[in-house]
Design a protein around this ligand. Structure first.
Ligand code: ASP
Length: 331
């Protein structure tokens, strides 16, 4: 029988009404008690690492998760992490860079409705997560609404429906149908994982809006090593407002600008329009291509903790990690 470690962090799945809104209160043992049949399929130990709404989860907690998995890696066949849905895609991306090449499944799940509610997706998601953590499903993934999504490709796209997550610019790894795992893709892995506990937190994200000028971008560059600019369509910055000069100035001071798009699907290509072309060819800014914003943020935090050298950063940024980018490989 497979041994699985259940790591609780809070979220709706473990929440109960408080009179001031839902808040995480249930322990991992209590979650497990709601799905008694799981014990017939695998042996589960529980760790209550955190009890937070995922709005409160950040790099400090990602490091705690990595440490917990590293300490217990030898003792278990797989890991299930219960997590709030709001920032689950960020955590999944972060873990994909911080724990690379894992031959054992590291599965995140959660729910849109608490496990104690009559109508809930909690029990199905948790049951599916244990099935996946007991299977040959290497690497980090999100299991939600019977879909298995690669950790670097997940995005929360619905705020209420059970079908909360989508796989962006990449097929789903698997689906769970009537309790059977149908795996379409097997992630590459190694005999043992590599753990990267260090992150550089100084990465910011700015969403472009019509009429904006360089002021906010200047401010973000004063405080950060890299700024991701979520622009429009296939990518570019307005010709008015001083954006081009702003990026040029900060790039000269060793900061990194990364262009991505507000459009959820299909990614960037700065070479298409004049508004993007100049950034790429004259300034050499980085671009996300088919990576999600969540993955770009986590990848920058991971790689900027290793190097600040322009050439090295560029090389690492475009090198695929955990299936995060296909565009560069296809060129
Ligand atoms: N606010 C909750 C959280 O992210 C939402 C959820 O879990 O679905 O923790």
């Amino acid at each position: 029988m497979k041994k699985i470690l259940l790591i609780g962090t809070g979220g709706t799945i473990a929440s109960a009404p408080t009179g001031e809104g839902l808040a995480p209160g249930l322990t991992t043992e209590e979650l497990l008690r709601r799905i008694p049949d799981v014990k017939k399929a695998c042996a589960v130990d529980c760790v209550q690492l955190l009890a937070l709404d995922s709005t409160d989860i950040g790099p400090r907690h990602w490091r705690m998760l990595v440490e917990c998995i590293r300490e217990n890696y030898g003792g278990y066949d797989g890991f299930v992490i219960t997590h709030g849905t709001d920032t689950m895609a960020y955590t999944a991306a972060a873990l994909s860079y911080m724990i690379q090449n894992s031959p054992k499944p590291i599965v995140l799940t959660g729910a849109q409705k608490p496990i104690g509610f009559d109508t809930t997706d909690s029990r199905a998601n948790l049951t599916d997560a244990f099935l996946c953590a007991s299977a040959d499903l290497p690497g980090v993934s999100i299991v939600f609404d019977h879909k298995v999504i690669l950790g670097t490709r997940a995005k929360k796209t619905r705020s209420h429906s059970f079908s909360a997550f989508e796989s962006i610019n990449y097929p789903e790894l698997a689906v769970v149908r009537d309790g059977v795992l149908l795996r379409y893709i097997r992630q590459e892995c190694a005999a043992a994982p590599i753990f990267y506990p260090e992150l550089n937190h100084n990465v910011a994200l700015m969403k472009l809006t019509p009429g904006a000028d360089r002021e906010a971008l200047d401010f973000l560059f004063t405080r950060n090593d890299a700024v991701i600019i979520e622009s429009y369509g296939v990518g570019g910055v307005p010709q008015e407002g001083g954006f081009y000069d702003c990026i040029k100035t900060w790039k000269g001071r060793g900061r990194f600008a990364v262009l991505t798009t507000q459009v959820e699907n299909e990614g960037s290509d700065l070479s298409v329009y004049h508004v993007g072309h100049r950034l790429k060819n004259e300034l050499g800014v980085l671009e996300a291509y088919d990576m999600t914003t969540e993955a770009v943020l986590a990848k920058l935090m991971w790689l900027l903790a290793r190097t600040r050298d322009q050439a090295e950063v560029t090389k690492l940024f475009y090198t695929p990690v955990a299936g995060d980018i296909l565009w560069t490989a296809g060129r």
